[in-house]
Design a protein around this ligand. Structure first.
Ligand code: AHG
Ligand code: MN
Ligand code: MN
Length: 322
């Protein structure tokens, strides 16, 4: 086990990026503490407000967003931030080298049932003359990320992070308040017998996805000739964490449930950072038409189809679209 900062220095991560990561984790530790206090912390339940995406904000969405925003903007390292809970980007230090996109609280529907939730973040660099107030400075493909990660507020608080040199796990040592590296170079097995998808949307999926999942469910009686198991945590952080730990395929496919919203997950602060982590662990992360991290973004809250995880299984899924 090794403390966060020495481990990052060993991996050749620049000092200012290490400082930004430590800043982000300071916010996450604070969120972790409030989550751990549960109903005693006064952050459970819903607000009466909606975010720009028309979703009712939970109290914890708002509190986590405020903590994350304040701490990162005050740090001086950040030119601007963008968040699921902010209408547009928020300017920071005009000399800051980095921009941060984040989902302050992923898995909001799990808050009130005391189940898995987390924070997802993605860090990119900006040009020297980039205008802090211009949201277009965020319009870079996922391949430009210099760091991505999530913090999972589970029975233990864990960080999964990559700076492009493998995906590593860290665990929060609550006694000393520091993240310790507990697993290096996490690898996703290329083959799997476990899938994660919200089956209640099945009738709204496009034919290829319907057929693919039908064949998984048919198990040993179907063309795959073996049984598959299903798991669904309803928080991308939890589902992706399981994929990183013990393999599997996770999908949030396109659906026709509502005409104006063909996809669910957001590119900049859900799909891109998770794609970076999954690819660095030897997995694939794609839409039905290409690699997620190569997409040219068109908006901060843009949504995207996601199919990620075990390399061979993702390839198998894509073969249904050919
Ligand atoms: P958020 O809580 O940040 O809005 O994200 C929730 C997302 C994602 O974490 C999860 O995979 C998905 O929504 C689950 O949604 P459904 O339960 O509607 O399928
Ligand atoms: Mn989310
Ligand atoms: Mn969220």
């Amino acid at each position: 086990m090794q403390r966060l900062a020495p481990a990052l220095r060993e991996d050749g991560v620049p000092l200012d990026l290490i400082s930004l990561i430590k800043t982000i984790l300071a916010a996450c530790k604070e969120i972790s503490f409030r989550v751990g206090q549960g109903q005693m912390s006064g952050v459970m339940g819903s607000t009466l407000d909606e975010n720009i995406q028309g979703e009712v904000q939970k109290r914890l969405d708002v509190v986590a967003n405020q903590l994350f925003k304040d701490i990162t903007l005050e740090s001086g390292f950040v030119r601007a931030i963008s968040s699921e809970e902010e209408d547009t980007s928020v300017p920071g230090n005009p000399n800051g080298k980095y921009i941060v996109s984040f989902d302050p609280l992923d898995g909001s529907s799990n808050i009130d049932i005391n189940s898995l939730i987390g924070t997802i973040f993605s860090i990119m660099e900006v040009d020297e003359d980039a205008d802090p107030s211009d949201p277009n400075i965020f319009m870079q493909p996922g391949t430009s990320q210099v760091c991505a990660g999530y913090v999972l507020y589970g029975p233990s608080t864990m960080l999964a992070m990559t700076t492009g040199n493998g995906t590593h796990f860290y665990t929060l040592d609550r006694t000393h308040g520091s993240f310790m590296r507990t697993e290096r170079n996490v690898q996703i097995e290329p083959e799997t017998s476990e899938f994660a998808v919200n089956m209640s949307n099945q009738r709204f999926w496009h034919e290829p996805m319907k057929n693919y999942i039908d064949d998984l469910v048919a198990g040993s009686d179907g063309p795959r000739g073996r049984n598959f198991n299903m798991r669904w945590i309803a928080a991308m952080v939890g589902d992706v964490h399981r994929v990183l730990v013990r393999g599997g395929i996770f999908a949030y496919p396109a659906d026709t449930k509502s005409a104006d919203k063909p996809y669910k997950l957001r590119l900049m602060y859900e799909a891109n950072p998770m794609s970076f982590l999954v690819e660095q662990a030897g997995g694939l992360s794609v839409t039905s038409t290409g690699r997620i991290m190569e997409m040219e973004p068109s908006g901060i809250h843009q949504r995207v189809e996601v199919i990620l995880g075990a390399k061979k299984e993702v390839e198998k899924c894509l073969s249904y679209y050919k």
